[in-house]
Design a protein around this ligand. Structure first.
Ligand SMILES: NC(=O)c1ccc[n+]([C@@H]2O[C@H](COP(=O)([O-])OP(=O)(O)OC[C@H]3O[C@@H](n4cnc5c(N)ncnc54)[C@H](OP(=O)(O)O)[C@@H]3O)[C@@H](O)[C@H]2O)c1
Length: 340
C-alpha cells in the first residue's frame, strides 16, 4: 500500500542546536545531511528510498545532496527525488536545502564531463528537469578539471546563481591550493563559495592537512562526505560481509577486498570505545567528524530509515575528551600492529 503524502512531524525542529552556520554565511545546515548517491537509483526500491527520505525529514534533516550521475543508472537518483518532491515534499520546498553537482562523467562526447561552461550549465538544466525544481540551493563543481581554466568553471557557477537556477555555489574534492584560488575568483565574481565537500572520516583524514585551515580562514562551510567510510565505520562488517550490504551489492565503489582484516580489526577496537561512550560505532564515527570545528555537516548515506535514526542521534554527543581522541589516533595509526 502506498503511504499517504508526507505530513511532516511537528517535532522536526525541536532541536535548534542541530543546525550549524555554514562558515560565515547566513545559511544553516543540519549536523547530519542525507546523500542520495546510493540507495535512491532506478535499480533501488522506490518505497524504501521514500521511507528513508521521509524519516530523515521528520528527524530534522533539511539537506538532501544529489549529483547529475547518481543512480544507477545515471540521473535516476534525481528522478527518484523528483518523484519524492511530487509525492511528499512539494509543500516543504522552502524548508529544504537541495544540492546537485556536475563534474564527473554524465553523457557521451566532449561536453558531458569535467568543468567547461557548456557542460556545467547544460547539466544543471537537466538536473532541474529531472527533479522538477525551478532552482537548487547549492550547485557544486564536483571535482577539479585539470584542463579547463578555473575562471571558466567559476564563471559557469556564477552564471547558475545569477540566472536564478542556484542560490549558492560550492566545490567538491578541490585540494587546498586550488580551493583558495577558486574561492578568490568566485568572490571577485560576486557569487562567493558557500561550501566545500571533501571526503572526511576516521580512515581518510587528508582534509586535516591544509584544507580545513583554508576553509576556516575563508569562512567557508564544510560538508564531509562518506563520514562512515561507506559503512566500514559501522557495525556492518564487524563479523563478515552481509548479503544486503554495499560491499556485497555494489562492487564498483566498495569492493569486498576493501574489507581487509586490518580494517575489521580497527573497526572492532573503535566499536569497543564507542560502547564505552554509550554510542554505536556509526554514531561515534559521525561525532568524531562533527567534533572538527571546520565541519558544518556530516553527509551520510543510508539504506534504511533505521540507519538514519541511529545516525541522527550522533548529534547528541560530539564532545571527546583527550584520552578518547588519543585512543582513536592510536587505533587508527598505521604503526599500530594488529593481529591479522
Ligand atoms: N562529492 C563527492 O565526490 C562524493 C562522493 C561520494 C559521496 N558523496 C556524497 O556523500 C553521501 C554519502 O556517501 P556514502 O553513502 O559513502 O556515506 P557513508 O555514510 O560513509 O556510508 C553510507 C553507508 O553506510 C552504511 N550505513 C549507514 N548508516 C549505518 C548504520 N547506522 N548502521 C550500519 N550501516 C550503516 C549503509 O551501507 P549499506 O548499504 O551496507 O547498508 C550506507 O549506505 C553520498 O550520498 C553523496 O551525497 C559525495
Amino acid at each position: 500500500m502506498i503511504p499517504p503524502p508526507c505530513l511532516a512531524s511537528p517535532s522536526r525542529y525541536d532541536r535548534p542546536d542541530f543546525y550549524r552556520r555554514c562558515g560565515r554565511w547566513g545559511l544553516k545546515l543540519p549536523m547530519i545531511s542525507l546523500g542520495l548517491w546510493q540507495n535512491f537509483g532506478g535499480d533501488d526500491v522506490l518505497e524504501n528510498s521514500r521511507a528513508t527520505a521521509r524519516r530523515a525529514f521528520d528527524l530534522g534533516i533539511t539537506h538532501f545532496d544529489l549529483a547529475n550521475n547518481y543512480g544507477p543508472p545515471y540521473g535516476s537518483a534525481e528522478e527518484t527525488f523528483g518523484h519524492l518532491m511530487a509525492s511528499d515534499f512539494r509543500p516543504y520546498r522552502d524548508e529544504m536545502i537541495i544540492s546537485t553537482k556536475a563534474g564527473y562523467d554524465m553523457w557521451p562526447g566532449p561536453y558531458g564531463n569535467y568543468g567547461s561552461r557548456k557542460y556545467l550549465l547544460a547539466s544543471l538544466d537537466q538536473s532541474l528537469r529531472r527533479m522538477g525544481l525551478s532552482y537548487v540551493d547549492i550547485f557544486y563543481h564536483h571535482r577539479p578539471d585539470p584542463e579547463t581554466p578555473l575562471e571558466e568553471t567559476a564563471g559557469a557557477l556564477a552564471q547558475a546563481v545569477r540566472s536564478g537556477r542556484a542560490l549558492y555555489t560550492g566545490i567538491s574534492n578541490y585540494p587546498p591550493e586550488l580551493t583558495s584560488r577558486m574561492v578568490a575568483i568566485l568572490r571577485d565574481l560576486g557569487t562567493p563559495c558557500l561550501i566545500h565537500q571533501p571526503k572526511y572520516n576516521m580512515f581518510e583524514r587528508t582534509p586535516e592537512q591544509g584544507l580545513f585551515e583554508v576553509l576556516s580562514t575563508e569562512g567557508i562551510g564544510c560538508i564531509a562526505f562518506s563520514p562512515l567510510a561507506q559503512g566500514m565505520l559501522t557495525n556492518r562488517y564487524l563479523s563478515g560481509i552481509p548479503a544486503d550490504s554495499r560491499a556485497a551489492r555494489n562492487r564498483r565503489f566498495l569492493k569486498p577486498e576493501q574489507i581487509t582484516p586490518e580494517i575489521v580489526h580497527k573497526a572492532r577496537a573503535l566499536n569497543e570505545l564507542a560502547k564505552a561512550r554509550g554510542q554505536s560505532l556509526s554514531q561515534m564515527a559521525l561525532s568524531w567528524v562533527l567534533r572538527q570545528p571546520a565541519v558544518t555537516s556530516a553527509l551520510i548515506g543510508a539504506s534504511s530509515p533505521t540507519q538514519v535514526e541511529e545516525n541522527v542521534a550522533a548529534a547528541n554527543n560530539t564532545k571527546f575528551d583527550s584520552g578518547e581522541l588519543e585512543r582513536i589516533d592510536q587505533i587508527l595509526s598505521p604503526n599500530t600492529s594488529h593481529p591479522l
